[in-house]
Design a protein around this ligand. Structure first.
Ligand SMILES: [Zn+2]
Length: 126
């Protein structure tokens, strides 16, 4: 490899490490997370004569729940309105974690490719 392109590769490898490190810092700053979506629901009650059965606008609520899947089964966690923001924030943190993992993996692949190229260039050919 020519000196110039090996210098470029060294720079890229350093850049890769910096990017990976800053993504790791973002992971470190995550708060409690939970998978799922916080939904607001209006419900019908058990009384068939109640107005909620005829008119969707007169359903009861709102009720909040956090829904997520475990082994392909949907779990509904009922939430008191007061704690809804807590869970909503946690689901956002979870989404952030997933996105960070995707970016960490993508960055890892780029870095590995650069490292592999460097290794091959420095190892004597048989
Ligand atoms: Zn009702």
């Amino acid at each position: 490899m020519r000196k110039n392109s090996s210098q470029t590769l060294t720079n890229l490898i350093r850049q890769d490490a910096n990017r990976f490190e800053s993504l790791k810092q973002e992971v470190m700053q995550l708060d409690y997370f939970c998978k799922g979506t916080v939904l607001k629901r209006m419900m019908k009650c058990g009384n068939q004569k109640c107005a909620c059965h005829r008119d969707p606008a007169r359903r009861h609520g709102p009720y909040f729940e956090c829904t997520y899947k475990v082994h392909n089964k949907t779990v509904n966690l009922k939430l008191y309105p007061e704690v809804t923001p807590l869970y909503r924030a946690a689901t956002l943190q979870h989404r952030k974690l997933k996105s960070l993992l995707t970016r960490l993996e993508r960055q890892s692949r780029v870095a590995l490719a650069h490292l592999a190229k460097q290794k091959l260039a420095s190892s004597p050919k048989a």
